[in-house]
Write a protein of this length. Sequence first.
Length: 265
Amino acid sequence: MSDLPVFNLHKGSIPLLVSIPHCGTFIPEDIKQQLLPLALDVRDTDWHLPILYAFAKEMGASVLQANMSRYVIDLNRPIDQTNLYPGQDTTLLCPIDNFDRQPLYPEGKTPSQDEINRRRQLYWQPYHDALSAELARIKATHGHAVLWDAHSIRSVLPRFFEGKLTDLNLGTGGGSSCDPKLADRVLACAKTATPFTSVLNGRFTGGTITRSYGQPANNIHAIQLEMTWCSYMHEEPPYAYAPERAAKVQPVLKQMLQLCADWKF
């Protein structure tokens, strides 16, 4: 354990919560000692998203962001460790390899079930408790809530998809997590963002957070955005933020989030 909190939560004033579960880079010392050295570059982080989405607080949204690396535990994976995309490759609740299929642990030293349970209690559960409580607070205040789950990924990643990924990948659990009218409006907005490409429920339809918390019948609507790194940063180490690129995509991000904030159900 460390003194660093598992997450940071900013409570806003509008019916919108932005969740950023994969932006953390911290690995507690006891887990560092279990990992191979190559894991310490945390290369599969959703880099710089708190900077890219800094405007969300200014517009009044709540923002929940993780501090722990996804190599500690993946906050967007189900606790029963089922595959989010049956028949396709994916990483685990406690990843044992990175996106390039390089092992994160010495041979025979991957986390035991007891270790996975320990990390779940220390890191996974607090984030989800905070997420659930903030959605409940927003709904109690406004009568409904919209959850925007923010992610990013390398644009070319053969393990998970062929060729170059679409830039703006919106997901609503195949239509289960959000009112389709809102999803269609957000997609239409994304399609105005030249030169960025966009799709709804394509390769990425939403992870555990989108699928679990999006409950349209209960007036909670969830949308995931998986964005290519090249839309706002450099994809090569040291994975630097690219302000000139970010300045081109931020306007459409703001417009999509404003649509969510203003949506009347």
